[in-house]
Design a protein around this ligand. Sequence first.
Ligand code: FAD
Length: 274
Amino acid sequence: MKLKEIYSQFAISFEVFPPKAENKNLFEELKTLKSYNPAFISLTYSAGGSNNKSFELIKDIKNIGFDIMPHFTCISSSKSDVEDNLKGIEEINIDKILALRGDIPDDITLIKQDFHYANELVNFIREKTDLSIAVAGYPEGHIESPDIKTDIENLKRKVDAGADVIFTQLFFDNGKFYDFQEHVQNAGITIPIIAGIMPVISKKQINKMTSLAKISIPAKLQTALDDYDDLKSFGIDFATKQCDDLIKNGVCGLHFYTLNKSYSTAKILDNIRR
Ligand code: FAD
């Protein structure tokens, strides 16, 4: 189903990544997540990964009854790589994609120079395909961006190029999400903004995320990170409150960064459906 149709009402979705080893555990977790009726599963893209392997996984996820939105990054891809990928995606009847630039690789010789920013990829996908297109948004600004205003101007380029929906970076402070919504609206952007939620599981996980992106840690979460060894049940409670508040404030959709584990996401959904 196309993204516009999906977000004509509130929807939930789950992000997973291609496992390094075998896929068996991922499929066990997906079995649990299936009973929560996600609109689709999104599958992350690793620029160095093999396309064939990724297509196989997309097909396997589809075959167990999920709609799927593959992610795709362009910074290390030539136009012909991208065309091949898009063709492959359409051939297996996928109708949506998350269009990304990707992080600048440490080895700059891997940059192909055909695409510099995600708006160019969105433009290319619009020209070449009928896919519905999602893009990334950053409630606290992208890490390379000097300020939120510049980042929103760049987000607008992606929307003007034809994006249908914005998926946000994870955040822990809903206030940052509401401010972002306001900035986006003030920029004349009217497409749905889907909130990215990551259940807190461990201190290591949070340290990694906050070293890669601008993500504020509210005082209550910081206290838990400092004081608790086992953060799982705190994380479920924290994300439940976050989701309850977002739903109360009319969020268009929730996108869960599952890290290929169903337990916390399932508990959060049990809580918010109570
Ligand atoms: P862009 O939108 O191109 O923005 C990158 C930076 O350039 C920003 O600072 C922006 O303000 C600036 N900018 C944008 N356009 C212009 C322009 N025309 N001129 C000047 N400056 C500009 N990474 C992966 O490798 N694989 C994944 O599967 C993946 N999935 C993700 C899913 C979500 C929901 C999110 C939020 C991120 C994901 N990422 C993934 C991370 C993403 O690749 C990085 O954050 C990357 O650094 C930026 O990608 P982007 O598409 O947002 O880039």
